[in-house]
Design a protein around this ligand. Structure first.
Ligand SMILES: NC(=O)c1ccc[n+]([C@@H]2O[C@H](COP(=O)([O-])OP(=O)(O)OC[C@H]3O[C@@H](n4cnc5c(N)ncnc54)[C@H](OP(=O)(O)O)[C@@H]3O)[C@@H](O)[C@H]2O)c1
Length: 231
């Protein structure tokens, strides 16, 4: 079997379902050792994957997760954990604001921040942030979610500038509509048949992970063909 990620150790957040689960499953199939986190990991069991309880909004939880990853010699972090909430501006409450922003933005910062000393010491590594195609455009009812994704994109770009000095390669993955459990929707429902599949995102992430050492994949923007062209 082709194992392009043999010898790699990869930490993935939000790995209990959807894109993150597909990443954990398929990156190990490509030879990687994976440390995978989510709040609810009940019943999860994949060969080559260590599932750990992780709440990316909680500093102690992030510190415990990243300590295991650093100990295992992690060379790539995939910030994938994310939640969405879609409503007009007038309906946004502080509670929903904090849920979305804390998960998508603070979570990315906390997890990355905790591993930077490790990446500095080892002279680099990769951080791959799964943002969204809406990290640079918005729409009605999308204020909160897209604000979080714009912010996550800004964090990604700033990290790329900062990490350049010590060999960190930073990639933003920007999927359009993906058939997952996102927003508590049902995966595989008929109306999502033509959407991207989690495996399409795995392919984009694998492209970044397997790029030669002298190549940095800054960004991958991908959509299902049925989605309008939107830059
Ligand atoms: N689906 C789409 O159309 C789409 C498009 C573009 C971008 N994205 C982005 O892709 C990423 C993955 O989403 P998905 O579509 O795969 O959604 P999903 O099926 O709902 O999976 C989300 C994952 O994030 C985890 N998670 C949520 N809050 C967390 C927290 N506080 N700490 C740790 N893990 C947490 C969930 O597990 P627990 O609930 O057990 O913690 C779950 O494993 C998100 O960042 C999302 O914004 C999705």
């Amino acid at each position: 079997m082709n194992q392009p990620l043999h010898g790699r150790t990869i930490a993935i957040t939000g790995a209990s379902k959807g894109i993150g689960y597909a990443l954990a499953r398929d990156l190990t199939a490509s030879g990687a050792t994976v440390i995978a986190g989510a709040r609810d990991i009940t019943g999860l069991d994949l060969p080559g994957v260590t599932f750990l309880t992780l709440d990316v909004t909680s500093e102690p939880s992030v510190d415990a997760f990243t300590a295991v990853a650093a100990q295992a010699g992690v060379d790539a972090l995939i910030n994938n954990a994310g939640v969405g909430a879609f409503m007009p501006v007038e309906d946004i409450t502080p509670e929903v604001y904090h849920r979305v922003m804390d998960t998508n933005v603070l979570g990315t910062i906390l997890t990355t921040r905790a591993l930077i000393p490790h990446f500095r010491t080892r002279g680099g590594g990769q951080v791959i942030n799964v943002t969204s195609d809406v990290s640079a455009r918005t729409f009605a009812n999308g204020a909160l979610y897209t604000a979080s994704k714009y912010a996550q994109r800004a964090v990604t770009h700033a990290l790329a500038h900062e990490g350049h000095a010590y060999g960190l390669r930073v990639t933003e993955i920007r999927p359009g509509m993906v058939d997952t459990h996102f927003g508590d929707t049902e995966q595989g429902a008929e109306y999502k048949a033509a959407w991207l599949k989690p495996e399409d995102i795995v392919q984009a992430v694998t492209y970044a992970l397997t790029a030669p050492a002298h190549v940095r994949v800054d960004e991958v923007l991908l959509h299902p063909v049925i989605q309008d062209v939107a830059y």
